[in-house]
Design a protein around this ligand. Structure first.
Ligand SMILES: Nc1nc2c(c(=O)[nH]1)N[C@H]1C(S)=C(S)[C@@H](COP(=O)(O)O)O[C@H]1N2
Ligand SMILES: [Mo]
Length: 329
């Protein structure tokens, strides 16, 4: 497969990697410096602050080491819409461990990503604990442009870099009884002071789950990068799930544990409010959220200011050819 280059040096020292990726043109960085981030985040920053050492903190938070030696998967090299500006994608996030607002990008910088280990276990023949180097050695990287749809009805188009979940399933070799997989996100109350830490209302840590059939579908992806670089913390560094036919909350960020199970695991949002956050949660224009319609989406693409265009929601977010078969009864 020509789009896969081996080995995948996705954490090479900067001196050895490719030049600036096309996504981070000087123009975009300047756009950030010249007002995008101050215009949008100024209220929560209490003014136009810069960090010691200079530079605007938002572009700095996105300035992760560039990845090299990956190709773009030919089936996912183009979309029916433009990519979202990285400075918008990197400042309009959901990451409840760091708070309930959309501008948690700054708080998320407290996430400690090194060292990091990911435990793969449960009903598998090859339980394994990967650190980031092990992951790099085990899985070749590829880029995929995917539509992204939040259950809140906003959407983006994002260029992820990572590897198909199926590869990790093959390495883990699930036992015949394994029917589901559960992902657990990093959680450490002193570092992730999200809502309800002390009330006990939220069932932390954040967990999400899939059927094994969903996980081995071609689309199911683990991302380690975005826009040509390692994942910024606000996007769920260093490893997050990307499931483009499902609502965004199914894609757990900052994964520390992957467990294969016999029965359907309890998950974070489904435990809090099962009527609003169904286990399956495939993007579907005909099934409204109890509090809003899902018939249309607010597509966020161009900056510098946060704005959107209204588009019809596509069944399975446009990925029916890949996944509809999974749900035929
Ligand atoms: N651990 C964790 N993962 C998470 C979330 C979260 O709050 N915590 N939010 C989810 C939701 S609702 C969405 S829409 C996406 C947002 O991903 P992004 O911020 O990279 O766009 O992450 C998902 N994964
Ligand atoms: Mo979401």
């Amino acid at each position: 497969m020509p789009y896969l280059h081996i080995p995948p040096p996705w954490s090479l020292p900067e001196s050895q990697t490719t030049p600036e990726q096309a996504y981070f043109t000087r123009r975009q960085v300047l756009k950030g410096l010249l007002g995008l981030s101050t215009a949008i985040v100024a209220p929560s920053l209490g003014g136009c602050q810069t960090q010691a050492g200079g530079g605007d903190p938002l572009p700095q938070s996105l300035d992760r080491p560039p990845l090299a030696d990956y190709g773009t998967h030919p089936d996912f090299a183009a979309l029916d819409r433009p990519l979202t500006d990285p400075l918008l994608a990197g400042q309009y996030n959901n990451f409840y461990e760091f708070g309930g607002t959309k501008s948690i990008w700054r708080a998320a910088q407290a996430l400690p990503t090194e060292p990091w280990t990911i435990e793969v276990g449960g009903l598998v023949n090859n339980p394994q604990t990967y650190d980031l180097d092990d992951l790099r050695r085990s899985f070749s990287l590829e880029e995929r442009l995917y539509r992204f749809r939040c259950v809140e009805a906003w959407s983006m188009a994002l260029p992820w870099i990572g590897f198909p979940m199926r590869k990790l399933v093959e390495a883990a070799d699930p036992k015949p009884e394994a029917q589901f997989v559960r992902f657990t996100s990093f959680y450490e109350p002193t570092i992730t002071p999200g809502p309800g830490v002390f009330s006990g209302f939220y069932p932390w840590p954040y967990t999400e789950a899939l059927t094994l059939a969903e996980m081995t579908n071609e689309l199911a992806f683990f991302a380690v990068g975005i826009y040509g670089r390692l994942l910024p913390k606000q996007h769920g560094a260093p490893l997050r799930a990307v499931l483009p036919w499902k609502y965004g909350f199914k894609g757990a960020k900052s994964i520390v544990k992957i467990e294969f199970t016999r029965s359907q695991p309890a998950t974070f949002w489904n435990t809090i409010q099962p009527k609003e956050y169904a286990f399956e949660s495939n993007v579907d224009p005909t099934v409204p959220h109890p509090r809003w319609s899902q018939a249309e989406e607010r597509f966020i693409s161009e900056g510098p200011n946060l704005s959107w265009t209204i588009r019809p929601t596509l069944p399975y977010n446009g990925y029916g050819d890949f996944v509809a078969e999974l749900y035929r009864t």
